[in-house]
Design a protein around this ligand. Structure first.
Ligand code: NAD
Ligand code: UD1
Length: 349
């Protein structure tokens, strides 16, 4: 057996964000040195302070825009000086509706950030990357549970940036066998760190179900609108594969360790989900139990672009990385609620 080298020095783009802050804690707890590159365009510096409190270790921050050509030289130099051995790449814009309205900004930001990071990793001879892709890359007509061989066909510019970046990493790995990449296709990340100190902090009206429910429970919003109750699902509402953000964070560490031990180059797509789907009404009921608060809702028309049901086949991550999600829907709700209650106005509070 080859000796199992670890990637000790990890560049973490988007490390101040919702998922990134949990990945930072997981990496630091595993004894890795972390360089966060973030421009705080959708996050708050306080998150980085709290990461340091939760997981003391070697944490550096570079506040730069990965997509701005004027920042490229600084970023390349910082990644080299840090002695990076690999990267976890989460920096990106992620609002579906905004991507439809401003596609060029999404392509520039998400693709531009990736190209700068590739250049920096090339310069540092650190050709290993774990990328945050999304289940949104799958087309609408796959059978559940969806495997990585499922047909792709994103329906909006945001989703297309994810698929393009997956393809860019495959091209880069095909051109140079020293490159190793995993495209992690996340299902629906929810919940928060069990301490209640870091979590999702949507600046605006939340687009996603869990942050919306949490804001209703805490009294910031009157009621939830359930988008459609006439889908061919068990209660008529949409079914998704919700995954605890801490499980997801550990999935990144597992993917990185798997890449480190891998002799072969190449890029591979891997789902990160639980393999179980829950409906909107089941999620509401679970959150009600966890929070002991009423969650008023009304049935509203379907949201354009939504599909009835999607959940992961999570077998490949188990087979390759030995990783599986461990936390239940009740854990996700309890932790999401703790974060919301302790920080009703997010990091600004
Ligand atoms: P987030 O917005 O909380 O975090 C993204 C971080 O990237 C933010 O801190 C932001 O400031 C930073 N960033 C964005 N563009 C940047 C740039 N050009 N330069 C430097 N920093 C930049 O989002 P998140 O929910 O933590 O998601 C992280 C990644 O995972 C994103 O790429 C997202 O598309 C992907 N993803 C998220 C979900 C989800 O439901 N949250 C699902 C699937 C995939
Ligand atoms: C959405 C994004 C997807 C992204 C994912 C991240 C769209 C069309 N898709 O997916 O690109 O990767 O988030 O987690 O935005 N719901 C309500 N009321 C609400 C909000 C949501 O009923 O106020 C329902 C939705 O109709 C859906 C379920 O809740 O059935 C989950 O919605 P959401 O959290 O937005 O996630 P996705 O639609 O899966």
């Amino acid at each position: 057996m080859p000796s199992r080298a670890e990637i000790e020095k990890v560049v973490l783009t988007g490390g101040a964000g919702y998922i990134g802050s949990h990945v930072a804690v997981a990496l630091l707890e595993a004894g890795r040195d972390v360089l966060i590159v973030d421009n705080f365009c959708n996050s708050h510096p306080e998150a980085v302070v709290r990461i340091g409190e939760l997981a003391p270790g070697n944490l550096e921050l570079l506040e730069r825009d990965l997509a701005d050509p004027a920042h490229k030289d600084d970023i390349v130099k910082a990644v080299c000086d840090f002695g990076a051995q690999g990267a976890v790449h989460l920096a990106g814009l992620k609002a579906v509706g905004e991507s439809v309205a401003e596609p060029a900004r999404y392509y520039r930001n998400n693709l531009g950030a990736t190209l700068t990071l590739i250049e920096a990793l090339n310069a540092a001879a650190a050709k290993t990357i774990v990328f945050s892709s999304s289940a949104t890359v799958y087309g609408e007509r796959n059978k559940n549970p969806v495997t990585e061989a499922g047909a792709t066909g994103p329906t909006n510019p945001y989703g297309r940036t994810k698929l393009f970046i997956e393809d860019i990493l495959k091209d880069v790995a095909a051109a140079n066998s020293a490159w190793r990449a995993v495209n992690l296709r996340y299902f629906n990340p929810v919940g928060a760190h069990a301490s209640g100190r870091i979590g999702e902090d949507p600046g605006d009206i939340p687009n996603n179900l869990f942050p919306f429910i949490a804001q209703v429970a805490v009294g910031r919003r009157d009621k939830l609108r359930v988008f459609g109750d006439d889908y061919p699902t068990r209660d008529g509402t949409g079914v998704r594969d919700y995954i605890h953000v801490s499980d997801l964070a550990h999935g990144h560490l597992s993917a990185l360790d798997w890449l480190a031990a891998r002799q072969k180059g190449g890029a591979i797509d891997v789902n990160l989900g639980t393999g179980v789907g829950y409906s909107v009404l089941e999620a509401v009921a679970a959150f009600k139990r966890a929070s002991n608060r009423d969650i008023p809702y009304e049935i509203a028309p379907r949201r354009t672009g939504d599909i009835a049901e999607i959940y992961a086949d999570a077998g490949l991550a188990k087979k390759l990385f030995g990783w599986r999600a461990e936390k239940t829907l009740d854990d996700m709700c309890a932790d999401h609620w703790r974060w919301q209650r302790m920080n009703p106005d997010g990091y600004r509070g």
